[in-house]
Design a protein around this ligand. Structure first.
Ligand code: ZN
Length: 60
């Protein structure tokens, strides 16, 4: 299982944790959350964004 905490990608007061069995699934859930809750534009979930924050993904 992969997980990524919203805080780790710069959303200071957010406890949301995106999870997924694959990185693709994790980013899909994560992007739905940040679009809905943080109002980030869809275009911001770029390969560069993923590359920048993939270091924070935890594997368990
Ligand atoms: Zn969040």
């Amino acid at each position: 299982m992969l997980s990524l905490t919203c805080r780790d990608i710069g959303m200071v007061d957010c406890e949301f944790v995106a999870t997924g069995n694959t990185e693709e699934e994790l980013w899909k859930k994560g992007s739905e959350h940040i679009l809905r809750i943080h109002g980030t534009e869809d275009a911001d979930i770029t390969p560069q964004f993923k590359q920048k924050y993939s270091q924070y993904i935890k594997y368990s």
